[in-house]
Design a binder for this molecule. Structure first.
Ligand SMILES: [Zn+2]
Length: 162
């Protein structure tokens, strides 16, 4: 049985706890989290979040891509969030990955994407650049609280970008 079948079975058995009939789609804590998709990052317990508190936007690296800005723009302009917290982490798959080799592998399959892999070598410099890009984004009206955090999955520690 594939994962989707199993997932449907689980969800069917939990509909009472999954239902959120009076929960607003507007994040209660007016915050959007942009994080890497890494399996080791469990944002809800890490950040003390409950369902309904925050928008969660995840991609490879937790990078500020055009599509992340699209989602953050919806989050702020349509759904009332005023803060952005970006979560990157030690041991990311994009750390030290090869932009060229990835592009070559895609090209070998006849693909020339408009996006880049987003490989990086310096997590702090990359996160700093991401925060700068967010603070310069006209798409985002609320730029007063833009913070960057780095999680270490080995130790479980979370620190703010210095
Ligand atoms: Zn990662």
């Amino acid at each position: 049985m594939g994962n989707a079948d199993e997932m449907l079975t689980v969800a069917r058995s939990r509909s009472a706890e999954l239902a959120a009939p009076r929960l607003s789609p507007k994040p209660r804590r007016k915050v959007a989290i942009l994080s890497c998709m890494d399996t080791r990052i469990d944002l809800f317990p890490m950040l003390g979040l409950e369902r309904g508190d925050a928008h969660i936007i995840r991609n490879a690296g937790g990078l500020v891509t055009d599509d992340a800005i699209r989602s953050l723009s919806v989050s702020q302009r349509l759904l009332g969030t005023e803060e952005v917290v970006v979560v990157m982490h030690e041991g990311c798959g994009l750390l030290g990955a090869s932009e060229d080799e990835f592009a070559k592998a895609l090209a070998a399959d006849g693909v020339l994407p408009t996006w880049r892999l987003g490989a990086f070598t310096d997590i702090e410099a990359t996160l700093r650049h991401s925060l700068e890009r967010l603070r310069e984004s006209r798409e985002l009206p609320a730029k007063g609280e833009v913070r960057g955090l780095i999680f270490d999955p080995e130790s479980g520690s979370l620190r703010e970008l210095a």
